[in-house]
Write a protein that binds this ligand. Structure first.
Ligand code: NAP
Length: 264
């Protein structure tokens, strides 16, 4: 089951159900409760225990508050400060975070060793926490660039990396990996990019967390400059793959899951 608000456009149920079907697993991933308000979260979690629901996918705005209602929280989720996956083992609920794997798995598919690589994370919101955690864990030298410098500084202190304001973005020219975790490039900011294209080049790996549209302006410009690119859909996919494996204990059919995300 998935909880969030809003959640009805989530691709998670279709992605997980395609994987169950491909492997002949009889579980079903359903929207039991589409719009859970923050004040209903405790009850929603209790119903997971009562109804014996095996797995819970947690999305905005509950990823932080849910920590208060679980029996166990895995060390990684504690460090990131957010849970996106809950496994129910006979009424004992354990919270995990797989968002960071959504970032690190596709990066390592292209760049297997990111130790000592310079990584610029643009943005300092929810998505950036998983990015920063993963990159620091893999030994990259991370700097956070954010419009609100204070938020970047707070995260940098927490994850032991550097911070700067978006005004200093021209430094990105010298970075190996450039990641967007802002909302620039989607919705009413669809025509915007987090940085000028002339800061991008063919030695860089460029990652966008934004997944609608599939190809953002940022990624289009990066590709035109010869950079390798990773779409936001890959993040969605690989956090889901890790989640599927926690729920089922079996290897996820990655290509089947990817088809759902790319075709829809
Ligand atoms: P969030 O917590 O609201 O953070 C938004 C970030 O964007 C903040 O750093 C904010 O800067 C920055 N920002 C917003 N408007 C800006 C502007 N006009 N100029 C410069 N910076 C601006 O959002 P989030 O939950 O981290 O989500 C961020 C993006 O990641 C969204 O597009 C979301 O869809 C995507 N996402 C993707 C996945 C995936 O699986 N692919 C997973 C999670 C999130 P300030 O701090 O200065 O406000």
């Amino acid at each position: 089951m998935i909880i969030g608000d809003p959640v009805e456009h989530s691709l998670s149920p279709a992605m997980h159900n395609a994987a169950y079907e491909a492997l002949g697993i009889e579980d079903k991933f359903v929207f039991v409760a589409a719009r859970i308000k923050p004040e209903q979260l405790r009850q929603a979690v209790e119903s997971v225990r009562t109804l014996g629901i095996h797995g819970l996918t947690v999305t905005i705005p509950h990823k932080v508050d849910i920590l208060n209602y679980l029996n166990n929280i895995d060390e990684t989720a504690k460090k990131i400060g957010a849970v996106n996956t809950v496994v129910n083992n006979e009424g004992i609920l354990t919270g995990y975070n797989t968002d960071w794997l959504g970032v690190i798995t596709p990066i390592k598919n292209i760049l297997p060793n990111i130790k000592n690589k310079k990584a610029a994370v643009i943005g300092a919101g929810g998505a950036s926490r998983a990015m920063i955690y993963g990159l620091v864990k893999e030994g990259a030298n991370v700097k956070i660039f954010n419009r609100t410098l204070d938020k970047a500084r707070q995260l940098a202190e927490e994850f032991e990396c550097e911070a700067d304001s978006l005004d200093a973005i021209s430094q990105v020219r010298d970075y190996d990996i450039v990641l967007n975790s802002t909302t620039l490039g989607m919705g009413d900011k669809i025509s915007e990019s987090p940085l000028p294209a002339d800061l991008l080049n063919d030695k860089q790996l460029v990652f966008d967390a934004v997944y609608t549209p599939y190809q953002t302006r940022f990624l289009k410009e990066a590709e035109m400059k010869g950079a390798k690119i990773i779409h936001g859909v890959e993040m969605l996919l690989h956090q889901g793959v890790a989640q599927f494996e926690l729920y089922t204990g079996v290897k996820a059919p990655v290509e089947t899951m990817k088809k759902i995300l790319v075709n829809e």
